[in-house]
Design a protein around this ligand. Structure first.
Ligand SMILES: [Fe+2]
Ligand SMILES: [Fe+2]
Length: 145
């Protein structure tokens, strides 16, 4: 099914977001490995895999819409200099995702592209879950100090 250009525009923007998130979480995983923080490295790697699964869903939808999926404008990763800063940058990233998906879902629904609207709503729910997880990590880190 062909989608409205505004909808495919959001799909492309979302794919850029997801690959940027993969890049940021993987950079943080690598840094944590170098710092000897294996548990944290695994946690960030897990996040990177979840964002990669989002990129997969968006790529499938772009292909169905007759477009070649590709992230042409990755945001430079902002890993942070310590765990607190990492979680702070990740919170910014996830907040931006929630806002992007809220707008994308609303516009897609308005244009009666209900399947894509449902995909964006699902991704928004996942990113809200990521935000909650980050809040827990930040609280646990603050309690340790
Ligand atoms: Fe995501
Ligand atoms: Fe996320």
């Amino acid at each position: 099914m062909r989608s409205h250009p505004r909808v495919t525009g959001f799909l492309a923007q979302a794919l850029n977001h997801e690959y940027s998130a993969v890049q940021q979480y993987l950079t943080q995983a690598s840094l944590c490995t170098l710092w000897g923080l294996a548990d944290w490295a695994e946690g960030f790697r897990h996040e990177a895999r979840e964002e990669l699964a989002h990129a997969d869903l968006l790529s499938q939808r772009l292909l169905l819409a007759g477009m070649a999926p590709g992230a042409g404008s990755l945001r430079p990763p902002r890993p942070g200099r310590d765990l607190e800063e990492m979680l702070c940058h990740d919170t910014d990233l996830e907040q931006a995702a929630v806002e992007l998906y809220a707008e994308a879902a609303a516009v897609s629904a308005r244009l009666r592209d209900h399947e894509v609207a449902a995909l964006f709503a699902r991704l928004r729910a996942d990113e809200e879950e990521h935000l909650r997880h980050l809040q827990e990590l930040r609280a646990a880190l603050a309690a340790r100090r």
